[in-house]
Design a binder for this molecule. Structure first.
Ligand SMILES: NC(=O)c1ccc[n+]([C@@H]2O[C@H](COP(=O)([O-])OP(=O)(O)OC[C@H]3O[C@@H](n4cnc5c(N)ncnc54)[C@H](OP(=O)(O)O)[C@@H]3O)[C@@H](O)[C@H]2O)c1
Length: 330
């Protein structure tokens, strides 16, 4: 199907709001982007990836997010081998607006960075999403074997055709970012999606400086450290191997006791300030100029994440949290 062709068929009924909408999530203008970028998004890494039972739960979670006012949805061709995109497309189609008010991000795999592959990947993603264009298209990660001149040239051509609202990258270090930017002429790199949270940050990271200087928005993935920054694992709960693998050494035995002690101190700080711990985690990122993309596997997590976003910790609380997470304050 061509990207300008139809959406998936409207077999199922439209989503009816069943939970009150949360206050509007503000947006950020992207240079050379077609649509404003919401400040908070939902990642769909786990949509369509596991058992039928889990899939039903993650579908209900994504639907709850839409009902409650989330509009930025982050997916990728590799998530569930395309199933995350397909389920997102079906879900958006069932909304009252057919998803026209959504901000959809998807990503081309690091295995598909040659020009013909980039084009084919995007067309396949659009077909699964049932949309004529995607609001933001990211290179999921660089491939050292494919020159970025090829990839960025292909992306810019698709951007000029209107199939991509804005171009971005993910997991790009300084060298790759500079190189990628050199190969765009009219379009710009608008986003770099990185693992970034209170514990997973490097004080002197040149990538973040580069992004700030060049008005590249950092989308922060794993903003809740997989639930740790909701207080999970503070009572001796075992950390699943899959969580350990994707959190950059956070839960490894040599680091874990320190991280847990700091998280307890953050929880106390949140208690004194009268806000949820996750509120500190998300607003600390916002204060750094980053836009968090949270994950959730059940509808109730959408509600608690929105409550966390709605509560606004004072700057002095965020400054104290910063010191605690860095280890400057016990
Ligand atoms: N570009 C990349 O290479 C890349 C890499 C990783 C992720 N991402 C994107 O970023 C998104 C988010 O990443 P992430 O899942 O690592 O982020 P995260 O927000 O740090 O972790 C999400 C997990 O935290 C737990 N959680 C969420 N809300 C909770 C709540 N209210 N109470 C208790 N626990 C809660 C859930 O764990 P349980 O499900 O176990 O309950 C949830 O799956 C992904 O879906 C994906 O779109 C991108």
């Amino acid at each position: 199907m061509s990207p300008s062709a139809k959406r998936s068929s409207p077999k199922s009924r439209r989503l009816a709001p069943s939970a009150p909408r949360a206050p509007e999530i503000a947006t950020i203008e992207l240079p050379t982007g077609h649509k404003p970028h919401p400040e908070l998004g939902l990642g769909l890494w786990n949509l369509g990836r596991w058992s039928a039972e889990n899939e039903a739960r993650s579908k209900a979670t994504a639907a709850r997010a839409y009902e409650r006012g989330f509009r930025w949805f982050d997916t990728a061709e590799v998530y569930g081998n395309g199933r995350s995109e397909r389920l997102l497309g079906e879900m958006l189609y069932r909304t009252a607006t057919h998803g026209d008010d959504a901000f959809v991000t998807t990503k081309v795999s690091w295995e598909h960075l040659r020009p013909a592959q980039v084009r084919a990947s995007l067309i396949n993603s659009l077909e699964r999403l049932g949309r004529p264009s995607v609001d933001l298209y990211l290179v999921h990660a660089p491939d050292p074997h494919v020159p970025l001149s090829e990839t960025m040239g292909a992306l810019e051509a698709l951007w000029k055709e209107g199939r991509i609202g804005a171009i971005g990258v993910s997991n790009f270090g300084l060298e790759a970012l500079e190189e990628a930017a050199r190969h765009l002429t009219e379009a710009r790199i608008t986003v770099n999606q990185l693992q970034y949270n209170l514990f997973d940050r490097d004080e002197a990271d040149p990538v973040r400086d580069y992004c700030r200087t060049h008005a590249i928005l950092i989308e922060a993935y794993t903003p809740l450290a997989r639930g740790l920054l909701h207080g999970r694992y503070l009572d001796g709960q075992r950390v699943p191997a899959e969580v350990q693998r994707f959190t950059n050494r956070l839960f490894e035995p040599d680091r874990l006791p320190v991280i847990l002690a700091r998280t307890r101190a953050l929880r106390d700080l949140a208690g004194e300030a009268g806000v949820p711990l996750a509120s500190i985690a998300l607003h600390w990122l916002r204060r750094q100029g980053a836009a968090p993309v949270v994950g959730a596997s059940r509808p109730e997590q959408i509600d608690t994440n929105l409550s966390a976003w709605t509560a606004r910790p004072a700057d002095r609380v965020l400054a104290a949290a910063d010191a605690i997470a860095r280890g400057d304050r016990a």
